[in-house]
Ligand binder design. Sequence first.
Ligand code: FCB
Length: 480
Amino acid sequence: MPDNGVILDNHLEEHHDHETIYFPSGFLWGASTSAYQVEGNNTNADWWYWEQTHQPPEKWSGQACDQYNRYEQDFDLAKQLGHNAHRLSIEWSRIEPKEGEFNQAEIDHYKKVLKSLKDRELTVMLTLWHFTLPKWVADKGGWESGQTPQFFERFVKRIVPEIGVFVDFWITLNEPGVYIYETYIERAWPHSKKSWIGQAKTFLNLTSAHKKAYKYLHSVYPVGKPVGIANNILSFESYHKHSVTEQVAVSLNDLFANHLFYFFTHGTHDFLGINYYFHVRFRSGSFIAERRDMMQTHDISDMGWEVYPEGIYQVLTDLADDIPIYITECGIASTNDDRRNRFLISYLQEVARAIKGGVNVRGFFYWSLLDNFEWHLGFEPRFGLVEVDYEVLAKEQELRKSTTSPYKTQSRKIRPSALVYKDIIQNNGIPHSLLRFIGHTVRAEEVLEKRSKETEKEMIQPEVLGKGQKEIPEETEKTA
Ligand code: FCB
């Protein structure tokens, strides 16, 4: 400080440092996708059949983002946006469309996909199972059947030697808890039914599948290619600090949703992969989480999911262990890109706070690289750093049928938030100037009003309903 005797300057410097908030060196920065949500035409998957019998046509996955054919262009985008890592999945139903019959052409396809990530010098985090099953596995009972962990193990043993050279991190399973919640509790996903026994069997079979894959992967790669799962972790809170029921509700939900899978698979995680989306509060007398009060005071996404940056700090500090943590998914569905900017910066600030407090976080994967197929909600939620214009995509596909010219990519448009993210990546930190994005909070009511109008419009007519479909689809919150 200049020696001019003005103490105020010193005071200002101390309290308004304009420093960048840095992340540890070697931090992985990227985005996540899953095969079924972006590839298109996964005709051998259980979801494909389920959609066509239980969902209105506009919610069928169809060609999705056609990434099966456009992966090179999409990975160019990731590279151009500064990413140094990418998380994606492979589709079991393509690789093993019939029981025990492996499709070498599809295996070769995935080798090309993964190699093209490596050619772009991206660290590859590969998910082996992200919600979809081959139809034949589902027909044999899916995850409720004790055979499925063995089927999964056979698939893993067949595919890993082929693609392992291109993979840096393995994720055996994506969000076992969300899968169970959506199938047995919310009953919005394939094979949905009410069955506590089915739920318990599914849980145990998923733990068994993970353990088998972990053991095998370590037998092939004893070191150097860490194995874990991507787990949906929620931040739970009570309304009243001194309410015993609320505290019990928080503890039980935290145990079941956030810790149980780790408890049953202890010793088989080289890192913790955390997907963070949800913050829920419990009110006295109810074990059902409430969201509304929070929504009136906070920013929320187009899906009604609360924006709660402190939550990521809470879950990170809660789970901090002696193994590294990667945030394997975190993102917001919004057509208002300013919200995505605020989201990114405020969440990353909290991640940085956790790191400063000693939590070993080593990477962040935004969900998602591009808008994609959001399961039973179809294409409406817009999570992408890159916007997908599905109408243009459909026209490009039509054109494709009549010409052999290379794929056009006008259907992809980089959103400004992708450039904000790039800025962060290039700095390996949050430059102070970016903090201005925080602060212009959009009132939740505004979104809620829009959502309720849209939900009215969306009500599907009973004649297009398939077996088991609820008459009026409800917007639901996913929790594990
Ligand atoms: C996660 C899923 C991912 C996507 C995001 C929005 O629970 O892993 O496939 O649907 O939510």
